[in-house]
Design a protein around this ligand. Structure first.
Ligand code: PRX
Length: 657
């Protein structure tokens, strides 16, 4: 396992932090949770599901007879939007703030549960007027503003299926996703604010739909966030604000089957084509609600919760749009970047709204840590009582800084491991129970069964690094890959018979804590975002300059991993372009255009050859050694061992920007 040597250092970690008595006394999750789940796993999940409002109660918990296609609570009916909105208003909490919105330019809005419900009902009626029906797909391409939440909730409310595409993805990526899902409607904005500027979004939608590329799309609904000029296609484009104002505020939420599709979210796999991960309703809401409440110790009547993830990623789906609203939480949504107008922005937001639970990614924590403690220390962060981490391993040093500087030296940190596919948190400490160990995600949550296996499928004991598997189905598990059931079986269920293979390496330490060791496949994790080496390689070779490309994720101090590309150029094309062509910039920009700025390689290495096995497979492991400046590993299976000398010589000669 490539990450093996890293864990040696981590295992020197001996610090432990037991929960404080005061915290334990008020904690939502009690130790009995583990016992209950162990004694009767399905009964335990049924108990959690019953905390939701069911239009028609379920009598069956799990049907696994058609494994790996699970059905949870499948004879029950519920409406996810009713659970997130109407039931809180009916319980007398309509005046509670659901969303404190902070725009990047400094504008702010407080939206109560009653107001949010009104908006979602109107939006649901607009969708129905546009002919969107149960099961139809709606693409959402929006910045982090409350209307994105309204859009998702409204789509779900009428039983349609949303496919949110992160606003940082390019027009080409949007086309692929709209087309794969055959979306009928696109919901977008004129733009949004980022890094002090009004960025445009609508042009990417226009380009994505141009030339008849997405014939399934009938309408585009546009919320005006920045009021910049936009191109308008009469008959196709509609103004969100006008449409909602004209729509009826009455909409009765109807129950849908628990297995009714809820959303598709595309994520990178090991091939060039993103996978449309499909989630359904009842199991997903059960587990997001349960984990959000127990892992973050949410007391909805007094906590102010802030998850910094964008709705374009799974964390934004599960821990901004569904879990928190289902629990009736008050949450902060911030539109912009952490450095605008300066690096104190997040901490001024925490101070302003008295945020008590903060959930973010290690990349952000490391960026703040590099800038020093003096910036956060200018703000009153004493409201913070729970901290969360997600998306990538958090190194103990960043963990300690997070606790000491942001958590006033006492807030418990929950390091939560999960995936787009798992839908909700699977491994995490519980803050009123677990004695924390910096850097480890620690234990499977009650109701979840995790094992670590070797390549042959044998269970490993403590201290042995292996492959992480989930051995029992769980409520919020993906139900498949959109339009590709075979790929679903092949990717997740074929490596070990009857077990879900997560693609991560892991290890139990001597105390039984789980340490996540990174991906074991060709998937990179850059700033907690998943990128596929194959996808970036195919973007690179689509440029006329590039004959061949190999991409690796190299260790990066801030972003966890960074994209490093090795390319072989086509001399003839280069000569035609002229000697002053800045190849590195051209190719980096090309990747940004093809996929999105997040996929831009940190470095482009121009090489004469790539290391390959006899069967022609690129040996990424060796390239990673070079990119990380390590001695080159075993090269005996290479066709031409001199290639590595040439490549490492080239790189020693200097990396570009
Ligand atoms: O490698 C693991 C890493 O992120 C992958 C899932 O990526 P994605 O589907 O984009 O979802 C990210 C947000 C849930 C995993 O296979 N990962 C996620 N959380 C952690 C993690 N690695 C280590 N520790 C974590 N807490």
């Amino acid at each position: 396992m490539s990450a093996d040597h890293e864990i040696e250092n981590l295992l020197q970690e001996t610090r432990h932090f037991a929960p404080e008595a005061e915290f334990v006394a008020q904690a939502i999750a009690k130790p009995e949770l583990y016992e209950q789940a162990k004694a009767d796993r399905l009964g335990f999940w049924a108990e959690q599901a019953k905390k939701l409002h069911w239009h028609k109660p379920f009598t069956q918990v799990l049907d696994w007879s058609n494994a790996p296609f699970a059905k949870w609570f499948h004879d029950g009916e519920l409406n996810i939007s009713y659970n997130c909105l109407d039931r809180h208003v009916l319980a007398g909490n309509g005046d509670r703030v659901a969303i404190h919105f902070e725009g990047e330019p400094g504008d702010s809005r407080a939206i109560t549960y009653a107001e949010l419900t009104d908006q979602v009902k109107r939006a649901a009626n607009v969708l129905l007027d546009l002919g969107v029906r149960e099961g139809d797909r709606v693409a959402i391409y929006m910045p982090m503003i409350p209307e994105a939440v309204v859009a998702m909730q409204a789509v779900a409310r009428i039983g349609a299926v949303h496919s949110v595409v992160f606003g940082g993805f390019s027009a080409d990526s949007l086309t692929t996703r709209i087309d794969d899902a055959q979306a009928k409607l696109v919901i977008t904005t004129d733009g949004g604010y980022r890094k002090g500027r009004a960025l445009a979004l609508k042009p990417a939608v226009d380009e994505a739909l141009s030339g008849g590329k997405c014939p399934s799309v009938q309408n585009v609904l546009v919320y005006r966030r920045t009021n910049q000029d936009v191109n308008w296609v009469e008959g196709r484009d509609l103004d969100w604000t006008e449409a909602l104002a004209a729509a009826s505020p009455e909409h009765e939420a109807k129950g849908f089957n628990a297995e009714h599709p809820l959303f598709i979210l595309y994520t990178s796999g090991t091939t060039g084509k993103p996978k449309g991960i499909l989630h359904t309703t009842g199991g997903y809401l059960t587990q997001t609600t349960y984990t959000h409440k127990n892992v973050f110790d949410l007391h909805p009547e007094k906590d102010v919760y802030w998850c910094t993830a964008d709705v374009g990623w799974i964390t934004g789906h599960s821990y901004v749009v569904y879990g928190p609203l289902s629990n009736g939480a008050t949450q902060v949504i911030y539109e912009g970047t952490p450095e605008t107008p300066d690096w104190g922005r997040w901490w001024s937001i925490v101070e302003k709204y008295k945020v008590s639970i903060l959930y973010t990614a290690p990349t952000a924590i490391r960026s703040f840590m590099k800038l020093g403690s003096s910036i956060p220390k200018q703000h009153d962060l004493s409201s913070i009582r729970v901290l969360g981490s997600v998306g990538e391993p958090i190194n103990p040093e960043a963990w300690m800084w997070y606790r000491d500087v942001i958590g006033s030296g006492k807030a418990p940190i929950v390091d939560t491991w999960w995936q787009t596919e798992t839908g909700a948190i699977m491994i995490s400490p519980l803050p009123g129970i677990t004695t924390l160990k910096p850097g480890s995600a620690q234990h499977a949550l009650p109701g979840i069964e995790i094992k670590i296996l070797d390549e042959a499928g044998t269970e490993l004991g403590l201290e042995h690094a292996g492959l992480l598997v989930i051995t029992e189905p769980w409520p919020s598990m993906l139900r498949g890959i959109w339009g590709d059931p075979d790929r679903y079986k092949e990717t997740y269920w074929s490596r070990f018979e009857g077990k879900y293979f997560a693609g991560d390496g892991a290890k139990f330490d001597e105390e039984g804590n789980i340490w996540l060791l990174g991906r074991v496949d060709d998937v990179m994790n850059v700033s907690g975002h998943r990128l596929s080496t194959a996808e970036i390689e195919s973007a690179l070779v689509s440029h006329p300059f590039v004959a061949e490309a190999a991409v690796v994720g190299a260790k990066d101090e801030t972003t966890g991993q960074a994209v490093v590309a090795f390319v072989i150029l086509r001399q003839s094309q280069l000569e035609a372009a002229g000697s002053d062509a800045d190849v590195s910039k051209i190719l980096r920009d090309h990747v940004a255009k093809e996929i999105g700025p997040i996929a831009k390689p940190r470095q482009i290495m121009v090489v004469a050859e790539l290391p390959k096995t006899r069967s022609g497979k690129i040996m990424r492991r060796l390239l990673r050694d070079v990119a990380e400046d390590r001695p080159i590993g075993d090269v005996t299976t290479l066709t031409d061992t001199s290639v590595m000398d040439i490549i490492s010589g080239k790189i020693a000669g200097g990396a570009n920007d």
